[in-house]
Ligand binder design. Sequence first.
Ligand code: PLP
Length: 430
Amino acid sequence: MKKRFERSNRLFRRAKASIPGGVNSPVRAFGAVGGAPPFIAGGSGARIRDEDGNEYVDLVCSWGPLIHGHAPDFVVEAVKAAAEKGTSFGAPTRAEVQAAELVKRAFPSMELVRFVNSGTEAVMSALRVARGFTGRDRVVKFEGCYHGHSDGLLVRAGSGALTFGVPGSPGVPPAYAGRTLTARYNDLDSVEAAFGKNAKSIAAVIVEPVAGNMGVVPPARGFLRGLRRITRECGALLVFDEVITGFRVALGGAQELYGVKPDLTCLGKIIGGGLPVGAYGGRADVMALVSPLGPVYQAGTLSGNPVATAAGLATMKRLFRGGTYEGLERAARELEEGITAAAKEAGARVTTNRVGSMQTWFFTGKRVRDYESATASDTGRYAAFFHAMLRRGVYMPPSQFEAVFVSTAHRKADVARVVRAARGAFRETV
Ligand code: PLP
């Protein structure tokens, strides 16, 4: 009899001979949950299927970009039409202007916006502008937040009292990491402490306004407002990394949801509709420093690429339709309630955190409000649950510290299938 993952396993072995670890981004290798990843052959709506013909309800949605699910016809048509007209010009196009205008409509704080090719690039560029604007070079980030793999942001909290970053990867010069101070999420005291001696050298505080990269952790009441106050008092800029939350937790992202206006915003994922896009923007007086308007250099051969822009435009336009976010909220709430009930039934200790259509099921009985409480989760249990779900046709993030996403393509039947699978998976693994 053919094994369930035979073709995928063969491809994985082949991939390892040519690609480091067999994957082009590390989490895909299943290191955190063990086993080997299914290789994906295609997707449609809320479902994907692998090379062996197994079908899954997809709760990863390409890590967030696919807010309309896989291959929606309006995105596919837009991509085809753009590609037929030419895949790249390295010259300005009408679609870029439309995309910038749409982003500004959703995010009024982004008075000027520059498109780039990834979230990493967006954040890296926004911080360069923040440093150029303030003439300062330190940055405060939060433990458990991820902002892409650029040198200065790939840091861990230093041990001991706090706050100076140490390299989070070999190859990151300690001098770069040392420019980054690390504070605790949802802990304004730790931010005040970071500013303590360094107030005059801090260019910016960067934060995921709803954390997604330690699993979903919502901002505590007053946290974002507190960051706004501290940065303003100290002459630093507040940068919201809305690469995940932009167009996700609300049309205007977390800044709309919580009513806090940052100086700069970074976007990615959804604004590319599944193609490689990022963007950064904000206050006109700050963005006026960006080349060619100003002296802060930033450029890109494929930035504003017509095919990627077309996918992004088609994706964003749909989100302006009335009822979209209510529908996402409904499906996500149903999923959360179903999972919570299934866990309770089986006697599994699970804490769910959810903001709109992003959520995480932490395998802990305690409240999760920062990196420390998130990492207290039982990752072994998560791994067992993950595989039990995979066998039942549900594709979840292969790590406890990621978000589950629901798209506009997830129907009642998809949610019901996930909840049914979870009942069995909890029973099997508790
Ligand atoms: N910022 C956040 C909040 C992210 O979640 C990510 C990626 O997951 C990034 C930045 C980096 O984006 P990219 O992977 O497109 O470089």
